[in-house]
Design a protein around this ligand. Structure first.
Ligand code: FES
Length: 150
């Protein structure tokens, strides 16, 4: 008969359980799908000439992307970025006010900077940031947070 104290028994049980867990994790690591980059949906929102350098310009997504309003900020000939116009309070569409160099929500008065940072009011956070780019043909592409319908 094996002579084992309660403490020695528990230590042995812990070692065996731990190695079983490690073996199990290693087996599942081999089964894990390869990491993939997140999918970005790109919408054509117009030509670069319609987005003046140094300005924030209102745009509307094509119908297949839901037709929501967004804004494109063009920092230089090739550098653009975007923000959603959906207020983070209750989802109203914010307006860009050039004289304030920022966004204002018509519903409850939240304000945001030109970069979309929350400045005041009941908004819960910044406006959602969107990737944007200008291709070789001068088309401005704006990230959509929803996939196209077709
Ligand atoms: Fe914009 Fe309320 S929905 S402040």
């Amino acid at each position: 008969m094996i002579d084992m104290t309660r403490r020695k028994f528990l230590v042995t049980l812990g070692v065996l359980g731990g190695s079983a867990a490690i073996t199990s994790l290693a087996a599942h690591a081999d089964d894990a799908p390869p990491a993939t980059a997140p999918v970005v949906y790109w919408a054509n929102v117009g030509m670069a000439k319609d987005f003046p350098v140094g300005e924030v310009t209102r745009t509307v997504y094509p119908k297949e992307f839901g037709g929501a309003v967004a804004y494109v900020r063009r920092d230089s000939e090739k550098i653009v970025s975007g923000v959603s116009a959906k207020c983070t309070h209750r989802g109203c569409t914010v307006n860009y006010v050039a004289s304030d160099k920022g966004f204002r929500c018509p519903c409850h008065g939240a304000t945001y900077s030109a970069a979309g940072e929350r400045l005041s009011g009941p908004a819960r956070g910044p406006l959602p940031q969107l990737q944007a780019k200008i291709d070789d043909k001068g088309i401005v592409w704006l990230q959509s947070l929803i996939p196209p319908t077709s």
